[in-house]
Write a protein that binds this ligand. Structure first.
Ligand SMILES: NC(=O)c1ccc[n+]([C@@H]2O[C@H](COP(=O)([O-])OP(=O)(O)OC[C@H]3O[C@@H](n4cnc5c(N)ncnc54)[C@H](O)[C@@H]3O)[C@@H](O)[C@H]2O)c1
Length: 317
């Protein structure tokens, strides 16, 4: 952390979510003031207990009038825009809600940033914007999203890149790969498999062969804090992944090892996704070079297995 950095007032949308709450705690620790916009559809108010002085606006990013209040009542210096619908099976069955939250929510954010002269935006995008393939993705690789979630994020990226210069907004687009941590509120594969292993002798999976670049939430937060601090991140795009792909079979093996027992592994057709890219892997050389960021949390499923907290699962997550 650059200790000379000015203390800012930072608005974090989705600040009570899986990544958002870790980010807010970090920003507060660094001495910044944090304003959270979260509709609590997935997020949890309990996280506020560890966030002294954080101010919460309980509203949707798609509700322009309520969102405006958060901008009007605070002198915001920068925005981390994380709030989104992103659990792919839910997005596929709720395309309108996905577009409303993700696209109209983002348009509301940039419009209000312009109105209130907020100069800096860091936007949470995704590896789902890329065309499926086996090799690692570079930031300028071809788009070719295969789900409505990826489409919604791609529209946001284009809007931010096109309007940013006209609205005096300097942006960073951060394309996260598969994020995991002990407080994951979303029905992602790691918490799902850990939960099964803790409650049953059978582990059911959709696709054992898919490979993903699993990145720890603390590494994601380190990266996006560096994006705010570093000039090179201005009007730039970064892949944020470890550069290492792990198969679901490897995840299952690690969970079995962590649990210290044998499981019956069942491939469950119902859990298979209609379109499931075989590999999602980051070429992370750009962010390493520009921001001197290194994902150093490793992949310790033993730790995750022991420490994962299970939160009530919302069907949207
Ligand atoms: N977790 C991952 O693996 C991953 C990977 C790629 C990209 N991302 C992106 O990172 C961001 C954060 O992901 P996360 O894992 O923390 O998700 P999350 O679902 O745990 O958190 C999202 C937060 O946003 C809030 N929210 C949802 N809709 C809202 C709305 N309309 N208005 C206000 N608040 C709303 C939820 O209540 C929740 O607190 C998302 O934009 C997601 O698309 C996540």
């Amino acid at each position: 952390m650059d200790t000379d950095m000015k203390k800012l007032t930072i608005l974090v949308t989705g600040g009570l979510g899986s990544i958002g709450h870790v980010l807010c705690k970090r920003l507060i620790k660094e001495g910044h003031s944090v304003v959270i916009v979260d509709d609590l559809s997935v997020g949890h108010k309990e996280f506020l207990e560890d966030m002294p002085r954080a101010k919460l606006y309980e509203c949707s990013v798609s509700d322009y009038k309520s969102l405006k209040k958060a901008f009007k009542e605070n002198n915001i210096d920068a925005v981390y825009h994380l709030a989104a619908r992103h659990y792919i099976p839910y997005c596929e069955t709720h395309p309108k809600e996905t577009m409303e939250t993700n696209v109209f929510g983002t348009l509301n954010i940039i419009t209000l940033m312009k109105e209130h002269k907020v100069p800096r935006l860091i936007f949470a995008s995704t590896s789902s914007v890329y065309e499926p393939r086996e090799r690692p993705y570079k930031e300028d690789d071809k788009f070719g999203t295969v789900n409505i979630y990826g489409v919604s994020k791609l529209v946001c990226e284009h809007a931010i890149q096109n309007y940013g210069p006209h609205y005096d907004i300097t942006y960073t687009i951060a394309r996260f790969f598969n994020v995991y941590g002990t407080d994951d509120l979303v029905h992602h594969v790691i918490p799902e498999l850990v939960q099964q292993a803790q409650n049953s002798d059978v582990i059911k999976v959709g696709n054992l062969h898919a490979k993903r670049d699993f990145i720890h939430v603390d590494d994601i937060v380190d990266a996006i804090v560096k994006c705010l601090e570093n000039e090179k991140a201005r009007n730039n795009i970064y892949n944020i992944g470890t550069g290492r792909a792990i198969s679901i079979q490897d995840v299952v093996d690690a969970i079995c090892k962590a649990a210290g027992k044998k499981f019956k592994i069942e491939v469950d057709e119902k859990r298979k996704r209609k379109v499931d890219p075989p590999v999602l892997l980051a070429d992370n050389s750009k962010i390493i070079k520009d921001l001197d960021w290194h994902p150093d949390k490793g992949f310790s499923l033993e730790k995750i297995y022991a420490e994962t907290k299970f939160w009530p699962v919302d069907p949207r997550s």
